[in-house]
Ligand binder design. Structure first.
Ligand SMILES: Nc1ncnc2c1ncn2[C@@H]1O[C@H](COP(=O)(O)OP(=O)(O)OP(=O)(O)O)[C@@H](O)[C@H]1O
Length: 922
């Protein structure tokens, strides 16, 4: 072999080796590649199975072929199917049934049942038993469940969530049907009138939701102009504002939480768009309505309008294939929407609802309709609210709370103010327990319209909430002041308690002090203009107190209701913006002036008889609500309610205090008299009843100090005798028989019956009493003066026993007393002055009646009146009294059976006092 061949063979051998090596390497690589490809295919398949679902894998022909060819993939598919069954087991076993049961429970009746069960029968629910939480829209199946079982799909609406529906041009009809079905469910569930529907459709004036049209005639469906979405949005905004000021008293976050029967109808506004955004301003307003609406019962259903809202909203998206998905169930649930309800049944059902609504509207509501089904269920923690009348069959409410603290009622005589007050008070009293609400009722009218609330001879029942009833007080304006003063004191007491608990408002105080009794107080003053009737101290005091209570009462749960036939002339009221600004609740009866914000708001002018404008916005026009007020004063109305409430009253509840200006207070039944006891070193003298809320006595104490004598000034013996009798009998009650001497002297003929009666009363009580006429007065005074002188100069050892000289018409003896004793050169007047001067220190007190101021002065040392420490003046002009009392006496103008009382030791200002009826002789 040539060397050349040898080389060639080697080269070929090397190539062979190289080829073999390359072939081996390539074989390895391709095996690895095949392996990798297989692995990758399995991974991809797994991802597909898990991501897109096993159904997809089976349905896809390419994948199906691959699975058929590849054992590994087949195994993977089997495993995925097993896994799916395991994963769905819990759901498949009970999920759909549980969901169906849940929907059934929270969406009873028309909220979820098939239409055959209810469509055509108007609803009866009034919200008091709760509101369905969900409303059915169709059925759903879980996409990819091994055995697809359907379940009901429902969405939250009213109070909970708005609804957004989006569709495509192909599925818009389904969207219309969805909305119509939902609206039918809503209007059929509740009493006709509780759901009002508004429709605005950008595309058409009529045509959307034709089946619901019969509702329009009853005002339950309003179709709005496509060109003016503003109109609908404004209406909804107004409504929200009104609900906020009227129905949502402080603390209630939504109409829903006000409790009981739904008082505010829901407004469901459906807006149909065309998938284009609204104008910016409308968009913003819609967002505002969405934000604040739910709490006020405003529900939005927005169809095909792109909008984002910052409040709970559910979305239903309807696809071109007519299936839907919704946020309630998530994207894996395919929703088949309920078919439209039967075409002929829908308008018929709406007509039935409209008829029922009309029937309700035409119904003449009575006082009975104002009352709740069950009495005393409401809490007044955040305020009180009660229906007072009706507007088109629906109740109209008055609310008093922190945001609407006080009410002003106006209307000329006969317009129905008293009737209105009865409606309001009855409706409140039926809802709130006497522990939740107290009433203070004062009537300045000549009649006695509030007397009904207190026990009377004919009707012994009384209103358990009434703590004070004032009638016939038209001349006693002081009683108005007393009431306001009481309220101001109570307000301070509550503020102090709140401070102790480190809170500021009644509602918080009640939370902090759950065992405390903190009712809301409603104080009603009928014909309150009398209170400000004159330019005097009473008006000044009343104005000041009213301002105090009006401004600060709101947070302490004290509410004023002032009513008047003509509020326009009350300077003290209108002149003080700090006062009337607080009276945000205005109630105008027909032809009332100034109660509403005139001249813009003249709603009261046209108001028909027995109606009222109820306005919680200080009388501005948008706040007007017109209500027909039922008759509350004829037999079987308020009286029947009172009898029932009286029967239910807590057993330990005291009767209301009755202040009847026409009645003479009885000494013997006065608690201050009954509590007097013997053994008192410094006895208390009761002179009459002062004008205060507690009905307390006017008192003077008799310590052994100078000046403790009492003068009654006036021309009528009857008045004076009431005071002197009360004084003597109250002293007698504090002395054991025989312990004190009562010397009575009657120097005027017309006073004899009174003096004699008192004499017998004292004797009958076992006291040592004597009665003199003109002939005995000189000796009585001289003798008493002599004893006193002896005691003062220390001639007698033992202290003198208590001695009370009660002298009727002291001045009648003046001439007689002026005569001087020929031996001692002293006169009877001197003796009288000595008794007045030295008596009190020696437990000898003179209680005298003088028939005029000058006559009293004549009995005293010239210019020195200190010995008369306390006086009561009847028919004497204030200016005459100035030498005896402070400046305020100047404003006193006398009136029958009332006197001005001043005790220079105790008082800074005089008080008005009513003399007692001192009872019979026995
Ligand atoms: N809503 C009503 N329905 C039927 N009758 C009514 C109604 N309101 C008032 N009345 C009747 O009208 C009369 C006058 O009513 P009311 O006494 O309430 O008026 P007022 O404004 O208080 O008048 P005044 O100031 O003169 O007392 C009463 O006989 C009352 O029964």
């Amino acid at each position: 072999m040539s060397r050349r061949d040898e080389r060639r063979r080697k080269v070929e051998g090397s190539f062979e080796e190289f080829r073999d090596a390359v072939a081996a390497a390539l074989g390895n690589a391709s095996r690895e590649l095949r392996q990798l490809v297989d692995e990758r295919a399995r991974d991809m398949f797994e991802i597909m199975l898990r991501g897109e679902g096993v159904d997809r894998a089976q349905d896809d022909p390419v994948l199906a072929k691959a699975v058929k060819k590849n054992k590994a993939l087949e195994q993977q598919l089997v495993q995925a199917l097993i896994d799916r069954v395991a994963a769905f087991r819990e759901w498949s076993e009970g999920g759909p049934d549980r969901l169906a049961a849940l929907v059934n429970a929270v969406a009873p009746g028309p909220a979820s049942w098939p239409p055959e069960a209810w469509l055509g029968t108007p609803g009866t629910a009034d919200g008091s038993e709760g509101v369905p939480e969900l409303w059915r829209i169709g059925t759903g199946v879980v996409r990819g469940a091994p055995e697809p079982r359907s379940f009901p799909v429902a969405v939250p609406l009213l109070d909970h969530s708005h609804l957004h529906v989006s569709s495509t041009p192909d599925s818009r009809q389904a969207a219309d049907a969805l909305v119509e079905n939902l609206l039918l469910r809503l209007v059929s569930h509740f009493q006709p009138g509780l759901v009002h529907v508004h429709v605005w459709d950008v595309n058409q004036l009529t045509g959307s939701l034709p089946g619901l049209y019969p509702l329009t005639r009853a005002g339950l469906l309003t179709v709005h102009d496509p060109a003016r979405p503003q109109e609908l949005l404004d209406e909804l905004s107004d409504h929200i504002r009104r609900v906020h000021t009227g129905v949502l008293v402080e603390g209630h976050q939504s109409v829903r939480s006000v409790g009981g029967r739904r008082t505010e109808p829901w407004r469901v506004a459906v807006l149909f768009g065309n998938r284009q955004v609204l104008k910016e301003e409308h968009q913003q307003q819609l967002q505002r309505v969405a934000r604040n609406g739910l709490a006020c019962g405003v529900q939005l259903i927005i169809v095909d309008i792109p909008v984002t809202v910052n409040s709970p909203i559910e979305t239903v998206t309807i696809h071109p294939d007519q299936t839907a998905t919704c946020t309630m169930t998530g994207k894996h649930v395919v929703v088949t929407l309920d078919p439209p309800f039967p075409r002929t049944a829908v308008p018929r059902a709406c007509a039935a609802i409209a008829d029922k609504r009309e029937e309700r509207r035409m119904r003449l509501s009575t006082f009975q309709d104002l009352l709740p089904e069950r009495f005393w269920q409401e809490s007044s923690a955040s305020g009180v609210v009660a229906p007072v009348g009706y507007h088109e069959g629906e109740p109209v409410h008055v609310a008093l709370g922190d945001t609407s603290p006080h009410a002003l009622i106006g209307g000329p005589s006969g317009s129905g103010k008293t009737n209105f007050l009865y409606a309001m008070l009855g409706s409140l009293a039926a809802r709130y327990h006497p522990d939740e609400l107290e009433l203070y009722l004062l009537d300045f009218k000549e009649g006695v319209s509030f007397a009904q609330f207190a026990p009377g001879r004919k009707d012994p029942t009384w209103l358990p909430h009434a703590r004070l009833v004032g009638v016939n007080v038209n001349t006693d304006r002081e009683f108005g002041v007393a009431l306001l003063k009481f309220l101001a004191d109570e307000m301070r007491r509550r503020a102090d308690a709140a401070k102790r608990h480190e809170v500021t408002k009644l509602e918080q105080l009640r939370e902090e002090d759950p065992d405390g009794r903190w009712p809301r107080i409603v104080a009603v003053i009928d014909e309150f203009q009398y209170l400000f009737g004159e330019r005097d101290g009473v008006t000044a005091q009343a104005t000041q107190l009213l301002e105090d209570v009006a401004r600060r009462g709101r947070s302490q749960g004290i509410h004023l209701v002032l009513s008047s036939q003509d509020v326009s002339g009350i300077e003290g009221f209108w002149g003080k913006s700090a006062i009337f600004e607080q009276f945000t609740v205005r109630i105008a009866l027909p032809k009332a002036r100034r109660v509403l914000a005139e001249p813009q708001n003249d709603a009261a002018v046209e108001l028909p008889r027995w109606h009222a404008v109820v306005n919680h916005e200080s009388g501005v026009r948008p706040g007007n609500e017109v209500a027909r007020i039922p008759d509350t004063t004829s037999k079987g109305t308020f009286d029947a309610l009172q009898a029932e409430l009286h029967r239910r009253r807590p057993p330990d509840l005291a009767e209301p205090i009755l202040f009847d200006g026409s009645k003479v207070p009885s000494l013997q039944s006065l608690p201050d008299f009954q509590s007097l006891r013997t053994g008192e070193a410094n006895p208390t003298v009761l002179l009459g009843q002062v004008i205060d809320v507690a009905g307390s006595a006017a008192k003077v104490r008799f310590p052994r100090t100078p000046g403790r004598n009492i003068a009654v000034i006036g021309s009528l013996p009857e008045d004076a005798a009431g005071v002197l009798g009360g004084a003597a009998l109250s002293l007698a009650r504090q002395r054991e028989p025989g312990e004190a001497q009562f010397s009575l002297a009657c120097l005027a003929e017309d006073a004899w019956p009174y003096a004699e009666k008192l004499y017998k009363q004292l004797q009958n009580a076992g006291h040592s009493a004597e009665l003199f006429g003109l002939e005995g007065i000189r000796a009585l005074l001289d003798g008493t003066a002599a004893r006193l002188t002896a005691s003062v100069t220390g001639e007698t050892g033992a202290p003198l026993p208590p001695h009370y000289l009660v002298v009727y018409a002291v001045d009648a003896a003046h001439t007689l007393l002026e005569n001087k004793d020929p031996t001692t050169r002293t006169s009877g007047v001197d003796s009288l002055r000595a008794v007045l001067k030295h008596g009190p220190e020696n437990r000898t007190h003179l209680l005298g009646w003088w028939r005029g101021v000058q006559r009293l002065k004549n009995s005293l040392p010239p210019g020195q009146y200190d010995d008369i420490g306390a006086w009561l003046a009847f028919d004497v002009q204030g200016k005459e009294l100035i030498s005896f009392g402070p400046e305020q006496v100047m404003s006193w103008s006398p009136r029958p059976h009332r006197c001005l009382f001043f005790d220079r030791f105790e008082h800074s200002r005089p008080q008005v006092v009513i003399p007692f009826d001192t009872g019979e002789e026995s």
